[in-house]
Design a protein around this ligand. Structure first.
Ligand code: GTP
Ligand code: MG
Length: 194
C-alpha cells in the first residue's frame, strides 16, 4: 500500500460526530502510552499527524484519519491508566465501547501491546471481547526496538500464548525504527480487500 494522502478528519466523543462518508475503518486499541498514535504516524509516514506524548492519556477522543481518501484509521484513547479519574474512565469505556458495539464501518481492530510486557488483564479482556463479538483482531507488538532482536521470539511466544493466538499472528513493530511497517501495510491491505 502506498500512502498518497493522510488527513485528520474528525474527533468524536459520541456517534453523531463520527464521519458519515461510509468508508471502512480500522481502529487501534491498547493500553495508554503503548504507542497507538505513534504507530499511526509511522504507518502513514507523518511525524505529527496523531498527537503522541510521554504521559499516558494523551489521546482522549476518537480521532479519525482518512487514508488515500478510501478508509479510516481510528485512534482511540488507551485503557488501563490508573491515574485517570473513575468518571473519565467510565466515559472512555462508554465512548470506545459504544464505538465497538455499534460501528458498522469497523472492519478490524489493531490491538497494540508492548513487546516487553505480558498482556495485562485488560488486554486479555479486550481481546476476548472483540473476538467474542466477531470483530477481526490483529495483534501488533510494538516498541520492538527496546528489546534485542534475539529475544523477540520469547517475547512473542509469551504474548501469543496469553492471548491464545499463534506466534505468526503477532506482528513485531517499532514506531521508532519503522520495523514491521511493511508487514502491517500488507495486513491492512488484506483486511480492506481489493
Ligand atoms: P495514549 O494516547 O495515552 O493512549 O497513548 P498512545 O498509545 O497513543 O501512545 P503514544 O503513541 O502517544 O506513545 C507513548 C510514548 O511511547 C511516546 O513517548 C512515544 O514516543 C513512545 N513510543 C511509541 N512507540 C514507540 C516505539 O515503537 N519505540 C519506542 N522506543 N518508543 C515508542
Ligand atoms: Mg494516543
Amino acid at each position: 500500500m502506498i500512502i498518497r494522502k493522510a488527513e485528520y478528519v474528525a474527533s468524536a466523543v459520541k456517534a453523531d460526530q463520527y464521519p458519515r462518508d461510509g468508508l471502512p475503518e480500522i481502529a487501534l486499541a491498547g493500553r495508554s502510552n503503548v504507542g497507538k498514535s505513534s504507530l499511526i504516524n509511522r504507518f502513514l509516514g507523518r511525524r505529527n499527524l496523531a498527537r503522541t506524548g510521554n504521559t499516558p492519556g494523551k489521546t482522549q477522543t476518537l480521532n479519525f484519519y482518512r487514508v488515500n481518501g478510501a478508509w479510516y484509521f481510528v485512534d482511540l484513547p488507551g485503557y488501563g491508566y490508573a491515574k485517570v479519574s473513575q468518571t473519565v474512565k467510565a466515559q472512555w469505556g462508554g465512548m470506545t465501547g459504544n464505538y465497538f458495539k455499534k460501528r458498522e464501518n469497523l472492519r478490524a481492530v489493531l490491538q497494540i501491546v508492548d513487546i516487553r510486557r505480558e498482556p495485562s488483564a485488560e488486554d486479555l479482556a479486550m481481546n476476548a471481547w472483540l473476538r467474542g463479538n466477531g470483530i477481526p483482531v490483529l495483534v501488533v507488538a510494538t516498541k520492538a526496538d527496546k528489546v534485542a532482536r534475539g529475544q523477540w521470539p520469547q517475547h512473542l511466544k509469551q504474548i501469543s500464548g496469553s492471548l491464545a493466538m499463534e506466534v505468526w499472528q503477532i506482528i513485531p513493530f517499532s514506531a521508532a525504527s519503522g520495523f514491521g511497517a511493511d508487514d502491517l501495510r500488507a495486513a491492512v491491505e488484506e483486511i480492506l480487500g481489493p
